[in-house]
Design a protein around this ligand. Structure first.
Ligand code: ATP
Ligand code: ATP
Length: 618
């Protein structure tokens, strides 16, 4: 939707500068910004750059609740919000926070959705209608009477979004609303946002680190750094033109733009209008390029060679069992069954990604390894020993468990104390504790915050703190439950590179994630769960070559894997591919002219290859 120049701004921020209490560095610095009604704005920026702080100015959480020193004005439809109270703005500005648990107050899902409308004093019938509609919109029909504390992470996130929808606000701010959702759930929520924006003209501000699913939907992208808005424009243009700058900030381009740009679909030349190619266009372009290069390299035909392409050689594996789960059955207190006779083995030194839809049982399974859950029947062996009699404290020496929500594992009053906490419990000498804690903080780029209260960190910083606390303990088995929430891609990669290094030194890693791109890049084995059962289990390339089975679990292979699969189906000679880097490497080897040409030159190649057919890529 093109923002109309004629309409006056719905929101206007004038010269906003803000410092949190006791903080000498500004979280926001001289921000001027206008948003029009009905705009769909994507707000990106490295972890800690001020995104959450900025949006909290819109409903006066900053500074009314946060305190600190604030200057400048926030105007909503021309009205200065200076004298407004947070609760009075709830009808106008809805906010879905990063951590859904901070905004779920009621006992059951339906009660939580009704909470806002009840506070507005709406008639009973109207409340019922709104709740029913919101339940449907967020896909929680059937779960209305479930207790909030029994919901999986993704189900909680849907409840938080539903609660806001029931309020029908004019402006909806969503802080990483899909970070805990499975790919199918993410698709549903994004469709919903598109509909709200198109049909109700709800102004949307979406904060996201992973841009793949959202950059095409937004009209406008804002990029922040160090408390300032540094880029403002159309998402595809910013992502292509400013790729280097964004990468330096830790904002990685979506896979689609990275591949598109490599293939020459790019608005870098300002005389060319921005054009986002869709999946089929990329597929067609790749097919053309690879067919042309096949004729050159293998004029005799390609069928034979497809079978010659070897799949990645299986990694030699240590056969020593690290985790052995035998006939595991687990029932929650309410009698609902998550596992029935589950069998599963993880070898020492494996890097395994555990995938599955929301509520599949991933967290429940992982929680058994640290004693949060105890089998109803069956047993779990760690290094051949039954852990039945082991306390969680004892298990935590062997198993480093990173919670889905970092706030669940932060106990102390300073960043440094937090990292020392676990080490002290292990009775390690003080000097060694200081050393281990110092290097874990450095690894997670948190040394500058060592004296700060953990809750005065941004969400991404808190997540990194939780990781630092675990890495300092140097456990043999690392269980990372969605460790990427709230992190910018730069920090995610640094962190996972570090985890990979530890894995190469012999640590076993279980990565629970909804991010297929990261699973494809880092894991050597992928296990897919569906409703408490293991649906797929195998080497990563093999699992991501089974789109139908993955689809049954609500998952989709990452874009480069899908492209390669579809090309193979069309008889093109291409091996299994998992990452954009693999795809680029393969294309560079097969079509050397591609890496050498710039966008305008690509246009020429297309004209030549198409033999006169008018297909303009740009
Ligand atoms: N309560 C607080 N007291 C002091 N400083 C704070 C507080 N909350 C946040 N900050 C700091 O303000 C800066 C901006 O934080 P903010 O949460 O707005 O960042 P963000 O861009 O939303 O980060 P993320 O992507 O990690 O959520 C960060 O440097 C953070 O450490
Ligand atoms: N205390 C509980 N009582 C009853 N049911 C529960 C309880 N805790 C979890 N469940 C249910 O068990 C199922 C598995 O939950 P789990 O948190 O393991 O899923 P998950 O695969 O980790 O999901 P997500 O990706 O959303 O985090 C879900 O349907 C959840 O609603």
């Amino acid at each position: 939707m093109e923002p109309s120049k004629a309409t006056s701004p719905q929101i206007r921020l004038e010269k906003i500068t803000y410092n949190y209490p006791y903080s000498d560095s500004a979280a926001l610095s001289d921000v001027d910004l206008e948003l029009k009604k009905g705009e769909f704005v994507l707000l990106a920026g490295p972890s800690g750059c001020g995104k959450s702080t900025l949006v909290r100015c819109l409903n006066r959480l900053v500074p009314e609740v946060s305190g600190g020193s604030f200057s400048g004005s926030v105007l909503l439809r021309g009205k200065d919000l200076k004298h407004e109270k947070v609760h009075s703005l709830a009808l106008e500005v809805g906010m879905v926070f990063q951590n859904p648990e901070t905004q779920l107050f009621s006992l059951t899902v339906a009660e939580d959705l009704a909470f806002g409308p009840e506070n507005l004093g709406l008639p009973r019938e109207e409340i019922r209608t709104r709740v029913k509609k919101a339940l449907k919109e967020v896909g929680l029909e059937g779960l209305e009477d479930h207790f909030i504390f029994t919901l999986s992470g993704g189900e909680k996130q849907r409840t938080a979004i539903g609660g806001n929808l029931a309020m029908q606000p004019e402006i909806l701010v969503l802080d990483e609303p899909t970070s805990d959702l499975d790919p199918a759930g993410t698709g549903e929520v994004l469709e919903l946002l598109k509909r709200l924006n198109a049909e109700n003209r709800t102004t949307l501000i979406l904060i996201e680190h992973k841009l793949d699913d959202v950059f095409e939907m937004a009209d406008r992208m804002l990029v922040m750094d160090e408390g300032k808005v540094i880029l403002d424009g159309k998402p595809f243009e910013i992502l292509c033109r400013e790729e280097e700058k964004l990468r330096k900030l830790g904002i990685h381009p979506p896979q689609l733009t990275e591949i598109a740009r490599f293939l020459g679909f790019s608005p870098e030349n300002s005389s060319i209008p921005a054009y986002i190619p869709d999946y089929d266009t990329l597929l067609k372009r790749l097919k053309e390029l690879l067919q042309a290069s096949e004729v050159e390299i293998h004029p005799e035909g390609h069928e034979k060679r497809l079978s010659e392409v070897p799949d990645p050689a299986p990694q030699p594996r240590n056969s020593h069992s690290h985790v052995l789960i035998e006939q595991l059955c687990y029932r929650h207190e309410d009698g609902s069954e998550t596992f029935e006779n589950l069998n599963f083995e993880i070898k020492r030194g494996e890097f395994l990604a555990l995938l599955g839809h929301n509520g599949a049982g991933k967290t429940t399974l992982a929680g058994h390894l640290i004693g949060f859950y105890r089998p109803s029947s069956g047993r779990i062996l760690l290094d051949g020993k039954d852990i039945r009699g082991y306390s969680t404290a004892r298990l935590s020496k062997k198993v480093g468990y990173l919670f889905q929500n970092p706030d669940s594992q932060i106990f102390t009053n300073s960043v440094f104390e937090e990292v020392c906490f676990g080490l002290e419990n292990l009775g390690i000498p003080e000097e060694k504790i200081k050393k281990l804690a110092g290097s874990a903080l450095e690894m997670m780029e948190l040394s500058a915050y060592r004296n700060r209260h953990p809750h005065a960190l941004s969400r991404g910083q808190r997540q990194r703190l939780a990781v630092a606390s675990i890495l300092a303990l140097e456990p043999d088995l690392l269980v990372l439950d969605e460790p990427t929430t709230g992190q910018d891609r730069g920090h995610i990669r640094k962190f996972l590179d570090k985890i990979r290094e530890l894995n190469r030194l012999g640590k076993t890693v279980i990565l629970i994630t909804h991010d297929m791109e990261l699973a494809a890049e880092y894991a050597e084995r992928v296990v897919v769960m569906k409703q408490g059962k293991i649906l797929l289990d195998g080497p990563t390339a093999e699992v991501f070559s089974s789109p139908e089975e993955l689809g049954a679990a609500g998952l989709l292979p990452p874009l480069p894997a899908r492209l390669a699969l579809d090309l193979r189906k069309q008889g093109i000679d291409i091996p299994r591919i998992l990452t954009v880097s693999d795809l680029k490497r393969f294309l560079k080897a097969r079509c050397p002219e591609l890496s050498a040409c710039r966008p305008m030159e690509i246009e020429k190649i297309v004209e030549e290859n198409d033999g006169g057919e008018e297909v303009s890529l740009l």
